[in-house]
Design a protein around this ligand. Sequence first.
Ligand SMILES: [Zn+2]
Length: 54
Amino acid sequence: MKKPTRDERQRMCVRKRRYRTQGDALDAALILGLARQRTAYLCPLCRLWHLSSN
Ligand SMILES: [Zn+2]
């Protein structure tokens, strides 16, 4: 995997909400009405979870 550019980091991490666990992220997705896109990923940059839907 190539090193993310600054822009990519902004998109995949900095601008996103962070969750401590996958469960937290999925719960948040449910609350936000994104239940159909309940996909969370462990961010390699901050080591926390983000929702992949956006
Ligand atoms: Zn991140």
